[in-house]
Write a protein that binds this ligand. Structure first.
Ligand code: CTP
Ligand code: MG
Length: 393
């Protein structure tokens, strides 16, 4: 099986537009990206997915492609993708998407970008069914409302609820069969709202699997609450870890956590050699997924010669706060045989609390020796580690 997905994002969102100042729903910002990106991310979590076709409105195609390139910087999706222009009706957009599939593709999932909350598990369930030989398989959930057929505000009859299902996307198909069914649909002029309808009318059977209650389609203004409430949901916890070493020798007077350690050995360093603040900077960068201190402040640059590590920390921490992170706590350990650090710990802690605007119980400073073992035990140098936890809002 070689499966691609078509992500349909070429609608005009007319039912919602009054509530969004005309922004098409697939382009509404959610968790820092347009809504259609969420579906791409979920598909990328499924290892059997081989590629994606995005279908955008003709007039938005250049801008949406640029946005996609930025979002997929560093090949975040890990999947090849293509972009095509949609058509007037949903079924025309699917048809255009089908034309863009590579020849080696054998199966296809068709998905509405307006359903951003489907899971990778649902995707896998659909792929399992296709792999076992289903020609067409779609998610469906039992209907809980009583459904009646109404004409001119008057009820004609009531349907038997036990046989009714509300159908969702992604919908899975054998590619050749879906293309044949779409061709027939075009020849005979059918009007449909999903691909399963085309396949049914073309005479194929369609299997169902359990859909997801959370897999709602954002359609009407009231549905915006779904993205708003999820937007203001719990911040995400992130962790960072940092490690640094400095050699003892003629160089800079020892500083730890911004505090001059009088009587301590000198350290060899390009900056002021504050091993603890370097580990802390690296831990902050770790939380942000933003490389290490050497990348940001290269020791080959004269600009950073003897620079105060407090200044480096300020710069990294400013970026950290600007990007919406906030520290919950930090735990620091200094490892050295000499000097004896116990008397310095309270001062170091106080200074770090001040620099990071944290309370006493959010910062911990520990010191240990390595029992005369290794390079710290031989008094050749000093090392420090920093573990931090933060929330990304
Ligand atoms: N869609 C599409 N091309 C169209 C129409 C719809 O790709 N010509 C997509 C939409 O972007 C959406 C999905 O099909 O992801 C389901 O359609 P729907 O919920 O009806 O969205 P819209 O057509 O955009 O909204 P409305 O009907 O309110 O205009
Ligand atoms: Mg529509």
């Amino acid at each position: 099986m070689h499966c691609w997905s078509i992500i349909l994002a070429a609608g005009s969102g007319t039912r919602l537009s009054a509530a969004t100042n005309g922004i098409k729903k697939q382009f509404l910002e959610w968790q820092g990206a347009p809504l259609f990106w969420q579906s791409a991310i979920t598909f990328s979590h499924t290892t059997r997915m081989r590629g994606l076709v995005f279908v955008f409105p003709e007039e938005d195609i250049d801008e949406a492609t640029e946005t996609l390139k930025k979002l997929d910087f560093g090949r975040r999706l890990g999947l090849p993708w293509k972009v095509v222009a949609g058509g007037a009706r949903r079924q025309d957009s699917v048809y255009n998407g089908l034309q863009a599939l590579p020849t080696e593709c054998t199966h296809i999932l068709v998905h509405d970008a307006a359903r951003p909350f489907f899971s990778a598990t649902l995707t896998n369930t659909l792929l399992d069914a296709l792999e076992k030989g289903s020609q067409a398989v779609i998610p469906a959930i039992p209907v809980t409302d009583t459904i009646k057929v109404v004409e001119n505000n008057s009820i004609c009859h009531t349907l038997d609820r036990s046989t009714l299902r509300a159908c969702q996307t992604p919908q899975g198909f054998h590619k050749k069969m879906l293309i044949e069914a779409h061709n027939k649909c075009n020849e005979e002029g059918w009007e449909v709202t999903d691909d399963a309808s085309i396949v049914e009318q073309a005479g194929y059977s369609v299997a169902t699997v359990a859909g997801e209650m959370t897999n709602c389609k954002i359609t009407n203004p009231e549905d915006l609450a779904m993205i708003e409430s999820k937007q203001t949901s719990m911040p995400v916890p992130v962790t960072g870890w940092g490690y640094d070493v400095h050699r003892y020798g003629e160089g800079r007077p020892m500083k730890l956590g911004g505090i001059p350690i009088q009587g301590g050995p000198q350290v060899v360093a390009h900056s002021d050699g504050d091993v603890l603040l370097h580990a802390l900077c690296d831990a902050l960068l770790g939380c942000m997924g933003d490389g290490d201190i050497g990348e940001h402040f290269p020791d080959s640059s004269a600009q950073f010669d003897n620079i105060s590590s407090g200044v480096l920390l300020n710069e990294v921490y400013d970026k950290f706060l600007q990007r919406g992170y906030r520290l919950t706590n930090i735990d620091l350990t200094i490892i050295a045989q000499v000097p004896r650090l116990v008397p310095w710990k309270p001062q170091i802690k106080k200074n770090i609390c001040r620099m990071l605007k944290l309370n006493d119980d959010q910062v911990n400073v520990k010191a240990t020796t390595e029992e005369k073992l290794g390079f710290t035990g031989e008094k050749k140098g000093i090392k420090a580690v920093a573990a931090i936890m933060a929330l990304r809002g």
